[in-house]
Design a protein around this ligand. Structure first.
Ligand code: V47
Length: 363
């Protein structure tokens, strides 16, 4: 409960009544310094939707290549295939890697990578096919909207045709990366050559129209201002009203090392928790908010579970995007670690698959 004299009383009343918050409400929340009140309101919504459950899965990240010709200012991936530290794995090497440290009960491969200047469309299709043939029971959550758009271009087909080819090869759903920040002025400075915000949303709509689920993200803690978070969340909410296929929103905390913004400090704990709470409060039509522990850091992720987040992602064997940009949260978490971590926050761990079916006896 917050006192009647509090400046956010009217917003709190809307939250308690289950009413949609406006852009202006969002800006007031985003500019508030009353973190405990934001956390409390977001936790009210999270409890209404999910009780005390925290979802997690057993997953593995696969990044077939870190070569990307786009060269986004926010990213530490390389744009030159000959640069030191780059990799470009064949379909067989992807399977071999996945086999090497396969955890029993793994239900998802999360696969994203660069837009390789030399790879042709069939390479990407063959990677999906090889993984699906070797691990038919594992859900393939692969390719961001940026990659789908790129694959359609290099495959010389429409996006719906491309999605169909990828589905036939084994694609089951799409991750949420590449959204960055939708505000055009900020986007121009952090991802100047990436697809436009409108196109990202349009391709997400096409993925949903094809019957696939996807996630969505926002990169925060760089040069943006609080109003840009609200604008981004409202655009996602509007897209969800139109196409309905977003399952989960993941706020991604910026890691500056190795990027064109290496001089910035990255977001502090207050900013991380505020963005988590704001997301839960604004995104009334997206069921899940993920505390992505790799980017938030483990300690903040644990607190985030009481600031609106109800999902932790998973065991994440072999994460490389954050690692390249100076991430220190670690490369993977054991199942026991994850469950103890959730219980220590006073919440109940629930193993899930990618589509949020609860898996009771899988491990
Ligand atoms: O697309 C790139 C972002 C994304 C940096 O869908 C950076 O379940 C921080 O999308 N600092 C990849 N972020 C990660 C991602 C993701 C992660 C976990 C779960 C899901 C999901 C999606 O990371 C990229 C980009 O938006 N990124 N560079 C950086 N320096």
């Amino acid at each position: 409960m917050i006192p009647a004299s509090h400046p956010l009383t009217d917003v709190a009343a809307k939250v308690h009544a289950g009413e949609r918050l406006s852009y202006d409400d969002g800006v007031r929340l985003a500019e508030s310094h009353d973190l405990p009140v934001l956390g409390h309101l977001a936790h009210v919504v999270r409890e209404r939707l999910h009780g005390d459950k925290v979802y997690f899965n057993i997953n593995r990240h696969i990044n077939p290549t870190n070569v990307c010709y786009v060269g986004c200012e926010l990213c530490a991936y390389a744009d030159d295939p000959n640069a030191e530290g780059t990799w470009s794995y064949s379909p067989e090497e992807c399977v071999e890697m996945a086999r090497r440290d396969f955890l029993p009960g793994t239900s998802e491969f999360h696969m994203v990578g660069g837009l390789h200047p030399r790879w042709k469309f069939p390479v990407y299709v063959d990677i999906l096919k090889a993984l699906k043939a070797a691990f038919p029971q594992v859900h393939l959550k692969a390719f961001t909207m940026v990659e789908i758009d790129f694959l359609a271009k290099i495959g010389k087909m429409s996006v719906p045709e491309c999605i169909q080819v990828l589905r036939d090869a084994g694609l089951d759903s799409c991750p949420g990366g590449g959204a960055e920040i939708f505000d055009e002025e900020v986007r121009e400075q952090i991802a100047s050559k990436k697809m436009s915000s409108d196109r990202w949303l349009e391709v997400a709509g096409l993925v949903h129209d094809a019957g696939l689920k996807s996630n969505c993200t926002m990169l925060f803690g760089h040069i943006e201002e609080p109003r840009h978070w609200v604008d981004h969340l409202v655009r996602l909410r509007e897209q969800q009203d139109r196409s309905g296929g977003f399952q989960c929103f993941i706020p991604l905390a910026f890691h500056p090392a190795g990027t064109k913004y290496a001089h910035l400090p990255g977001p502090d704990m207050t900013t991380k928790l505020k963005v988590i709470a704001l997301s839960r409060l604004m995104l009334d039509n997206i069921p899940h908010v993920k505390a992505y522990w790799v980017m938030l850091g483990r300690e903040v992720a644990q607190v985030a579970l009481r600031f609106g987040a109800n999902d932790l992602d998973g065991t994440i064997t072999d994460e490389r995007v954050t690692l390249a940009a100076g991430g220190s949260a670690g490369k993977g978490m054991s199942l026991d670690d994850i469950q103890a971590f959730i219980r220590k926050a006073g919440l109940t761990p629930v193993l899930r698959d990618t589509l949020y079916n609860e898996l009771t006896n899988a491990v």
